[in-house]
Design a protein. Structure first.
Length: 345
C-alpha cells in the first residue's frame, strides 16, 4: 500500500512539475506584438489599381487540417495533430480552388507556416503558387508549445492570416485586437488581429480589413473586438476611403438557419451582435450555402451543424454586385469560401 501511494505521489509531482514548467516556459517566451505593426509586403507585381470593379475571395482554410475527414478536440472531437498525407491533400486542394476562381484579391485565414499540428509544413509557400500576387502576412497565433491534448499535444504553433493582391499594396498593418483570456490560458491562445492593407487609388485608398476575431468565448471578447473593428473601418471611411471588411467573423449572420443538420448547435456559436450596423454600410453575405461546419466529428452531410459566419461588410461608396458562397462540401476545410464582386463608386 505504501509503495502504491509513493508511486502515485511521484506521478502527481511529475505532472505538477511538467505543467508548471510548461506554463513558466510559455510565459517567458509569450508572443507580445505591438498594438500596431507595419507588415513587410512581399512584392511580386507592380500593377496599379485603376479599375472600379474588383473580385475578392475570402476563405478560412482551417490550417489545411480540418477537411472533411477531421474533427477537433476543443469541439468535442479527438484530434489536434493532422496526418501529413491529409495536410498535403488539403493544402493542394485549397491551391487548386484558388487557382480556379481567379480573383483580384484573396483574404485567407488560419495559415500554418511552422506548426506541429500540420507537420511543420509551410502552407504559405504552397499558397504562393496560385500566381503573381503581392502578399501581406500577419501572425495571429505564435506559441512555442501548446500542451493539450495531453497524450498528443499541438506543440509549436505558428500561424496567421494573409492578403494576396494583384495590385500594389502601399501599406500593410497588423493591428492587435483588444481583449484576452485570463492567465495562464491567454499564453496558449491566439493573439487576434486585423490585417489592414491599403491600396492607393489617387485621392482615395481602398482599405481592406482581413479579420478573424475570437471564438470559444462567451461573446464578451468578440463584442469588444467587433466594436474595435467597426471603429477602425468607420474612421477610414470618414477619411474618404473605400473600406471593405472581410473574413471569418466567428459569429452567425442569420438567425433563420434553414440548413439541414441533426447535431445540436455547439455552445461556441453566437449571433453577430445587433450593434454592428454602420449607417449606409452594406452586408456582403449569402445564404445559398453554409460557410462553416462543426468539427466535433468528421463531416457527414446532413448531420454536422452548419451555418454562415464568413462574409463581408462594405462602406457606402462600395456597391455590391454579387456575393455567393462556394459549396465545396467542406472537402478541404471546415469553412467554405465566399466570393464578393464590387464596384468602387
Amino acid at each position: 500500500m505504501k509503495k502504491l501511494l509513493f508511486f502515485l505521489l511521484i506521478i502527481f509531482f511529475v505532472i505538477v512539475a511538467y505543467l508548471g514548467g510548461v506554463i513558466l516556459f510559455a510565459t517567458l517566451f509569450d508572443y507580445r506584438p505591438d498594438k500596431i505593426e507595419e507588415i513587410r509586403v512581399e512584392k511580386n507585381v507592380n500593377n496599379y489599381l485603376d479599375k472600379d470593379v474588383i473580385t475578392i475571395f475570402n476563405w478560412n482554410i482551417g490550417y489545411a487540417g480540418l477537411g472533411k475527414e477531421m474533427d477537433f478536440f476543443l469541439d468535442g472531437g479527438k484530434n489536434a495533430v493532422v496526418p501529413k498525407n491529409l495536410v498535403k491533400r488539403y493544402i493542394n486542394g485549397v491551391v487548386n480552388v484558388l487557382k480556379k476562381y481567379n480573383s483580384d484579391i484573396y483574404l485567407l485565414q488560419e495559415i500554418d507556416v511552422n506548426s506541429r499540428r500540420t507537420n511543420y509544413i509551410n502552407e504559405l509557400s504552397y499558397l504562393k503558387s496560385i500566381g503573381k500576387y503581392n502578399i501581406a502576412f500577419a501572425y495571429n497565433y505564435k506559441v512555442l508549445y501548446v500542451p493539450v491534448p495531453f497524450l498528443n499535444p499541438m506543440g509549436k504553433v505558428s500561424a496567421g492570416l494573409a492578403t494576396f493582391s494583384k495590385y500594389e499594396i502601399d501599406k500593410a498593418l497588423r493591428i492587435s485586437l483588444p481583449g484576452e483570456y485570463s492567465w495562464p490560458t491567454k499564453i496558449f491562445q491566439l493573439d487576434r488581429c486585423v490585417l489592414l492593407t491599403r491600396l492607393n487609388r489617387g485621392k482615395k485608398d481602398l482599405v481592406i480589413l482581413n479579420i478573424h476575431p475570437s471564438a470559444y468565448d462567451t461573446g464578451v471578447l468578440r463584442e469588444k473586438q467587433l466594436r474595435f473593428i467597426m471603429k477602425v473601418a468607420s474612421d477610414e471611411y470618414k477619411k474618404g476611403n473605400y473600406v471593405i471588411i472581410g473574413g471569418d467573423w466567428n459569429s452567425e449572420f442569420f438567425e433563420d438557419n434553414k440548413f439541414t443538420f441533426t447535431e445540436k448547435k455547439p455552445f461556441s456559436y453566437i449571433k453577430l451582435p445587433d450593434f454592428f450596423n454602420l449607417d449606409g454600410w452594406s452586408w456582403g453575405v449569402a445564404k445559398n450555402a453554409p460557410t462553416n461546419r462543426s468539427v466535433s466529428f468528421p463531416y457527414k452531410e446532413g448531420e454536422n451543424f452548419v451555418t454562415v459566419i464568413d462574409g463581408f461588410y462594405v462602406s457606402p461608396n462600395v456597391e455590391i454586385l454579387e456575393v455567393k458562397n462556394l459549396d465545396l462540401n467542406f472537402e478541404y476545410s471546415d469553412h467554405n469560401p465566399v466570393i464578393l464582386k464590387v464596384r468602387l463608386k
